[in-house]
Design a protein around this ligand. Structure first.
Ligand SMILES: Nc1nc2c(c(=O)[nH]1)N[C@@H](CN(C=O)c1ccc(C(=O)N[C@@H](CCC(=O)O)C(=O)O)cc1)CN2
Length: 295
């Protein structure tokens, strides 16, 4: 039997713990932790994600603010906005929603964010810490939210220490998900393979996985017969596909219906990893606020 790992439940737990910390922060510092989210343009999915982020921030006792810039904003104006937020002592967390329009370089903007306020964990300084720290501690470091949320769900589901010695395959090598996910699994003593579009015999590589993380952005690419019986499957994909009635629905990178009965556990899409992405962003905002207050 395959059990679903419910992202809504895990995310609600993370948000509840984060709210307690945010309230304690406000009681001792006379202000709430603050997250400023910058969005450029009118990409509908991005707009939905940023409004979820600010709404969830408010529900978690975090002061969440949205800064909306037009699609045509230039590089210098966006850099100036980031510099303004870096210099504002009331701002604890800065997030620039990705993707940016083609004329803007996303990495340049990430590099411009003060690493202490980089609640996405994408700045090279925070990436460097993740890849070199003797111990990875989500209370002390800003770790990319989607991989952090995926790891939390794995540890909560399987138990602490249960990842040790397992074969983990991460399909996808992005800076945002694939590479940090592999690093977190390695830090939890998994034997890790990063697979990608050039990997030879990808189905056979996936079949070696006790833990399979799919982060490729291709709808239902991972088929049932790519999954080792009893494997734990983390589906990071969020793909909108057209339906026969002319509407659309969200599917992951895994053919979930085929995986049922083969995997031991699987994260659903929607309702899985995506929920943890936002919850971990709020967690990182409080971690950043506490660290900045300590000085
Ligand atoms: N600066 C960033 N940009 C982007 C990130 C990020 O972490 N930082 N990640 C993604 C988008 N994203 C958050 O920004 C995100 C994606 C999906 C979800 C989510 O909850 N998905 C739902 C389904 C969504 C739907 O129905 O449309 C789910 O999985 O249940 C949250 C956040 C790219 N950009």
């Amino acid at each position: 039997m395959t059990e679903l790992i419910d992202g809504n439940v895990h995310a609600a737990n993370v948000r509840a713990r984060t709210k307690v910390r945010a309230e304690a922060f406000a009681a001792s510092h006379g202000r709430k932790p603050r997250l400023d989210v910058v969005i450029v343009g009118n990409h509908p999915a991005s707009r939905a994600y940023v409004s979820t982020k600010t709404k969830m921030a408010h529900e978690t006792a975090i002061d969440g603010r949205l800064i909306e810039l037009p699609e045509t904003v230039g590089k210098d104006a966006l850099l100036a906005e980031i510099a303004r937020l870096n210099a504002d002592p009331a701002v604890d967390g800065i997030l620039v929603q990705l993707p940016l329009p083609d004329h803007l370089d996303g990495q340049m903007m990430i590099d411009a964010i003060d690493p202490a306020k980089d609640v996405d964990g994408f700045h090279p300084m925070n990436v460097g810490k993740l890849f070199t720290a003797a111990k990875i501690d989500p209370e002390q470091m800003l770790i990319p939210c989607t991989p952090l949320g995926s790891l939390m769900m794995l540890v909560d589901t399987l138990g602490k220490g249960a990842l040790s010695g397992r074969n983990a395959v991460v399909v996808g090598r992005s800076n945002i998900v694939g590479k940090p996910m592999a690093q977190l699994l390695l830090a939890n003593d998994c034997t890790v393979t990063i697979a990608h579009s050039r990997t030879r015999d990808l189905p056979a590589v996936c079949r070696q996985a006790d833990i399979l993380v799919a982060a490729v952005g291709r709808p239902e690419m991972v088929k049932g017969d790519w999954i080792k019986p009893g494997a734990v499957v983390i589906d990071v994909g969020i793909n909108r596909v057209a339906t026969a009635d002319g509407k659309s629905r969200i599917v992951g990178d895994v053919a979930t219906a085929e995986a049922m009965g083969i995997a031991s556990y699987i994260t659903p899409v929607p309702g899985g990893v995506g929920k943890m992405t936002v919850a971990c962003l709020l967690h990182n905002t409080v971690v950043a606020a506490e660290a900045r207050a300590r000085g």
